[in-house]
Write a protein that binds this ligand. Structure first.
Ligand code: C2E
Ligand code: CA
Length: 321
């Protein structure tokens, strides 16, 4: 039944039993939290008893969380750089900064630890460190090479982003026009106006704003009406299909058309083969990124690549690029 004045109330319940699930109030509270979390996770409106398996996965998670806090405090999360090349010339025009954390048990995927940093409230601190590092590194690159740093949606929540970015630029001496910030569509859905106000303030400093992973998730063409993005990065899933799927080609062409009309560069990411590269160049994507050109590199290797700035487009295909 729906209608005005009708309100639905649901409850999820976590249950602990004493003494087997804990002997102190603190222990019982922690464990009932885990049971409640599981109940909510199972689809809400249900009850869940605590069990020891919940405890061990929570303990693993807590351990990783502690390690991550320590790594952030110690500045142990680093960056690698993946070049983007101009589709017409094959020259490196910018690099995307990607976070890396080598945990004592081995590397942890960046999407995993970034999500964890968001959950445990240390994303601002981590993101600020990475931004500062990227600005310092890029300061040593040729003046026509930009650096792209990813923004986590939560960085727009605190309201301090513009200040943080300004401070990182000032501390490094990097010219604002050499910094690009990559946002995802997910970032824009939270509080649209507040988000765009902050992005406008950043853009007015001369920073370029890119929309990443375009075409998946909560794509809205209306964002292009609201905000003049400098570049749109086509999601890898379209690039992967470009040689097989008419639909993928049609979508890429539509985005390229949009870019040409609105004065936005269009980046194809995840380019792995010559065939994909040729198709994307023919479709007038302006920039290309992917393993075909280079994997993400430690900064010193990337600098060596820049120094020679020879075309990173494979030789036999340099005409096409
Ligand atoms: P993303 O934004 O889609 O980043 C691109 C990912 O695609 C990177 O993985 C990159 O190494 C990978 N990639 C690049 N070229 C190719 C290719 O040709 N083929 C394939 N299969 N993959 C390619 P990575 O570095 O593991 O990052 C994964 C995700 O972690 C990123 O996805 C992003 O969501 C997140 N992430 C990484 N670094 C940061 C960061 O500094 N800040 C934030 N907020 N998120 C980050
Ligand atoms: Ca991406």
């Amino acid at each position: 039944m729906t209608g005005r004045g009708v309100c639905y109330i649901g409850a999820s319940v976590g249950i602990v039993l004493m003494p087997q699930d804990g002997e102190t109030t603190e222990q019982l509270r922690e464990n009932v939290d885990l049971a409640l979390y599981r109940a909510k996770h199972n689809g809400r409106a249900c009850a869940c008893f605590f069990n020891a398996e919940m405890d061990s996965s929570a303990r693993d998670r807590r351990q990783i969380e502690r390690d991550l806090r320590e790594a952030v405090a110690a500045g142990d999360i680093g960056l690698v750089y993946q070049p983007l090349v101009a589709a017409q010339t094959g020259r490196i025009t910018s690099a995307e900064a990607l976070a890396r954390w080598t945990h004592p048990v081995g590397p942890i995927r960046p999407d995993v630890f970034i999500a964890l940093a968001e959950e445990c409230g240390i994303i601002d601190q981590l993101a600020e460190q990475l931004l500062r590092q990227a600005c310092v590194d890029a300061r040593n690159w040729p003046a026509d090479v930009r650096v792209a740093v990813k923004l986590s949606p939560l960085q727009l929540v605190s309201g301090k982003l513009v200040e943080t970015v300004g401070a990182a630029l000032a501390a490094s001496g990097l010219c604002p026009s050499r910094l690009q910030l990559e946002v995802t569509e997910g970032l824009v859905i939270r509080d649209v106006e507040r988000t765009f106000d902050q992005l406008e303030a950043l853009r007015s400093l001369g920073i370029q704003i890119l929309i990443d992973d375009f075409g998946v998730g909560y794509s809205s063409l209306r964002y292009f009406q609201r905000f003049p993005f400098d570049k749109v990065k086509l999601d890898r899933s379209f690039v992967e299909q470009v040689t097989q799927s008419n639909a993928a080609r049609a979508i890429i062409q539509a985005v390229v058309g949009l870019g040409e009309q609105l004065g936005m560069a269009v980046v194809a990411e995840g380019v792995e083969t010559h065939e994909q590269m040729e198709a994307l160049v023919a479709m007038r994507c302006t920039h290309l990124q992917g393993y075909l050109f280079s994997r993400p590199l430690p900064v010193t290797t990337f600098c060596a690549m820049l120094e020679s700035q020879r075309s990173v487009v494979p030789r036999q295909d340099s005409q096409a690029a």
